[in-house]
Design a protein around this ligand. Structure first.
Ligand code: GLY
Length: 333
């Protein structure tokens, strides 16, 4: 008998985690609980980096990425750059269960979502639209500038969408991708990742969240890992698979997590060339990553390229979630 538990982002409302734990207590599978918890976060109007109320791309459209992976069979399903659907995590799980594919993107993913009867929805809330409008204004731009560039009406090079997106992204918000990691009573590990990606992204940009091996990985025999932060970094490293591979090689979770983060730091430094205004320091919020991990015994850990990131853990034996601070892995370690 294994102690069932849930590990996820520190920002998630306790009620969502506690509801998931209640389902585990009743004997639900890790897969069903991971999907349930991720759906609840997707519905949370206060969560601006996931699903409904997510921050949009540079054109003001909410584009979603999600993935689902089971550590028992190494089965996985994912969707990328999906618009207009309320629960991308459920579409990702259905890709895994119904198709001989792992990843569907854009229009194909939306066609599939309609075929399986996934719930449609208008995801851009008034508050998310207002944050978008304000950020554009902060950069000395108007919605009209964006529309002209999007419709290719602008002949002025510095009003192309490439230039506009790059300028606005330099001042972007964080990307608080949702990582949900669940272990059930049979010891099976499931990871669900869902996100609206980085705010103000160029249309069609896909991050690490739907990329198996980068944004998530699960293997019952060794453990699981999932990432939050700038996907352009973890996609260059294969961070989640790398973390699980190190545990397969006999490293402890702590050794593996620290090693992955240390190896990531040069990529973070390189990424800052593209992502930060000059003088913003070596690892500003725009170029950071956090790795959450579970080992096969159910130990949970969090590792981060900056200070103060938190995660929550609750087992079925606990009445409340515990909030823990990620290990800050620095270059000089
Ligand atoms: N980690 C989420 C993203 O980069 O889109």
């Amino acid at each position: 008998m294994h102690t069932p538990l849930i590990l996820l982002n520190g920002e998630v409302k306790d009620a969502i985690l506690i509801a998931g734990i209640e389902s585990l207590r009743k004997g639900a599978s890790a897969a069903d609980v991971a999907e349930q918890v991720a759906r609840d976060v997707e519905d949370d109007i206060d969560e601006h980096s996931v699903g409904f109320s997510g921050l949009p791309n540079i054109l003001g459209e909410v584009e979603l990425d999600a993935a689902f992976m089971e550590g028992e069979s190494l089965s996985a399903g994912a969707v990328a750059a999906v618009k207009g659907f309320r629960h991308p995590i459920s579409i990702a799980r259905q890709v895994m269960e119904r198709l001989p594919h792992v990843l569907l993107a854009g229009e194909g993913a939306e066609r599939f979502a309609d075929e399986i009867g996934a719930e449609r929805g208008d995801l851009l809330t008034d508050s998310a639209r207002e944050i978008w409008r304000k950020r554009i204004a902060d950069c000395g731009l108007t919605i009209n500038d964006i529309e002209r560039a999007a419709n290719r009406q602008s002949s002025i090079v510095n009003r192309q969408l490439i230039e506009i997106a790059t300028r606005v992204l330099a001042y972007r918000e964080g990307s608080d991708t949702m990582n949900v990691m669940v272990r059930d009573a049979r010891g099976h590990l499931v990871v669900a990742v869902t996100t609206s990606g980085i705010a103000w992204k160029y249309p069609g940009r896909v991050g690490d969240s739907p990329v198996v091996g980068a944004g998530l990985y699960a293997d019952d025999r060794y453990g699981a890992a999932a990432c939050m932060g700038l996907g352009e970094i973890t996609m260059r490293q294969g961070s989640s698979l790398r973390a699980v591979m190190l545990m397969q090689m006999g490293w402890t979770m702590d050794e593996a997590g620290r090693a992955v983060l240390r190896d990531m730091l040069p990529i973070c430094r390189d990424a800052t060339r593209h992502w930060t205004p000059a003088g913003d320091g070596p690892f500003p919020r725009s170029a950071w990553v956090r790795l959450l991990m579970l080992d096969r015994h159910g130990n949970a850990g969090g590792y981060c390229t900056h200070d103060g990131s938190t995660y929550k853990v609750q087992t079925v034996d606990e009445s409340r979630p515990r909030t823990l601070v990620c290990e800050w892995v620095r270059e000089d370690e």
